[in-house]
Structures are given as C-alpha cells and as structure tokens.
Design a protein. Structure first.
Length: 307
C-alpha cells in the first residue's frame, strides 16, 4: 500500500500530529506485545484505527488480526461494511459470538422490553482473550466520549481476569509506554485517546475513509424510548402501545441495535455531519441507552473487562 507524497490540505497540522501519535502507539503495541489484536466493532473509531494500522506498517500487511465480538444484534449495514473492509485491507478477521456464550450457559440473556446483549459482550471478549492468548487489545475509545474513558491511559493495564483498576495504572511520561506485565495479564491500548469526535470525522474526510451508510441521514422506522430514538428492528422487544414512525435519522455511534440511539438529522455528506457535530451540545454517547442504566454504567462494565 502506497500513500501520496503530499498530504491533502484537509490534513491540518493538528490532525497530522494526532495521526503520528496514533501510528506511534500502534507500532509500540506491535513491538512490545506478542499477540495483539484490534477490537473491531464496525464503528467509525475502529475503522479509523484499521486504516491507521495499515498506514503504520505499509507496505507490509497489518501484523495483527481484527477481533469482532458479535452480539448477534448488529445492523446489517455494519456486517456488510466489515466484510468489505477486511477484504480491502487483506487482514485476518476473528469473530466470537455472544450467542455461543449464552448457549454455553456462561451468561443469561436479559428479559423485558429494554433487554440488550451489549453488556454480555464482556464475557465473550474475556473468553476470546483467554482462548486466543491475547496480551493486548487495541480499541478505539477516546477520552472525550465518557468520564470513565477519560481515566484511561494509552496502555491501560488489566489484571489476569481482564479487570481494570483506574488507580493501578502506569505513568506515561515523555510518550514512554510501559507494557510490562505478569503472566496472564493484558493491556487495552487506545491510540485515539487524545482525539475528539470532530477530529475523527475531520480525519475521515481528509483521508477519504469510507464509513457505513448508517452515519448519514436516511429514512428508518424508529420508536422513542429512554429519551432517545431506537431503530425498530427484529431485535427490539416491543412495548404495548408503542408505534414506530418513519423518521429521517442517522447514528453518531454504532453498536448493538437494541441500545444504539439515532438522532434526527438531514446530514447526508461528510461536510454536513461535521457541521452538525460542531453545532451539537450533546455527547455522541448521549444516544446510548446502555450508558443510562446507572451513573457509573461504563465504569462498572470496564472494571469487569469491557472494551
């Protein structure tokens, strides 16, 4: 894979600095760990990570696989895009299924109208790490997303049970990352830590990176729930009297269809999306129903091994 000798004018000095920082972290991960993998959800952040990984090692192939923890409740557009991207990058894709974890009796499916498999991903991920003997998982979390994620380091230590203790993290002075670990311990690595949502979209625009159509305005049946709009799909448990309506929406973040909320939008292009986000006063994860279950929902999940 070759890249242009000169950058697009859209690659601002700030974006270039973020790109170089992320590439450095990705290369450090490959150098310090024996069995890393990139956690891939099909969302914009993991897509950018995949392209940054290609840039980090070009013209050689990406030296680690992509790992997708599949809840079984995906938007079809996400899976189609995932498979096309994997073919384009020539990278190995590993998929582990939450349904297999349920069938094995390791977790119990939630019941009720707001049931979701999002939290069940944690057990499937931890089992996948054990099975594949991974010692580092590269993720697309950013510090601006949520208060628990703001506590993460670039190299975020996990104990042998994949648990996260925000008080037991290594200092990262002068861009020196300490990947030392005891047997069975692992790290989560977050190359996009210093990026914002606007940075991600600016980079997608500047580097002409394709993203799923879900991120752009389209007509879809939705229902209002938990203060947001949820896509009316086969996975959503109906509530008596709830009537779906066709709305023009898009998604700011993509995950399990049962908890990923849409926003009303007419943004059909990258320029429209960037302008809309710049004017927004709500967080992109403000549309995620799973984050509203408690004040510490994300931190509780992360302490158990969540992304």
């Amino acid at each position: 894979m070759s890249f242009p000798r000169t950058d697009s004018p859209l690659v601002t000095p700030a974006l270039k600095e973020l790109e170089e920082e992320a590439v450095y972290v990705i290369r450090e991960t490959a150098a310090q760990f024996e069995r890393p993998a990139l956690l891939f959800s099909g969302g914009k952040d993991s897509i950018v990570l995949a392209h940054l990984s290609r840039r980090a090692f070009a013209p050689a192939p990406i030296p680690f696989p992509l790992l997708h923890i599949d809840t079984g409740h995906n938007f079809p557009e996400t899976i189609v895009f995932r498979d096309e991207l994997v073919e384009e990058l020539g990278v190995k894709l590993l998929v582990r299924y939450v349904q297999d974890t349920i069938d094995a009796g390791l977790v119990q499916e939630e019941t009720g109208p707001n049931r979701s498999r999002n939290a069940l991903q944690t057990v499937t991920l931890v089992k996948a790490i054990e099975e594949l003997q991974l010692d580092a998982c590269i993720g697309g979390a950013r510090r601006d997303e949520e208060k628990a994620r703001a506590k993460e380091r670039f190299f975020s230590h996990r104990n042998s049970q994949s648990q996260w203790d925000p008080k037991n993290q290594r200092p990262e002075l002068w861009n020196l990352y300490n990947g030392r670990k005891n047997r069975g311990e692992q790290f989560r690595v977050f190359p996009l830590s210093n990026w914002t949502e606007l940075d991600v979209w600016g980079y997608i625009q500047a580097r002409k990176i394709p993203v799923p159509s879900l991120y752009f305005s389209h007509e879809r049946p939705v229902v209002p729930r938990e203060g947001g709009l949820l896509a009316y799909t086969e996975f959503l448990a109906p509530i008596e009297g709830e009537v779906p309506t066709i709305q023009r929406v898009r998604f700011r973040t993509i995950g399990d269809a049962t908890c990923t909320g849409a926003v009303l939008s007419f943004a059909e292009t990258l320029e429209d999306v960037i302008a809309e986000i710049a004017a927004s006063r709500t967080s992109e994860r403000g549309t995620r129903v799973d984050d509203k279950r408690s004040e510490s929902a994300m931190e509780d999940r992360k302490s158990k091994g969540y992304f």
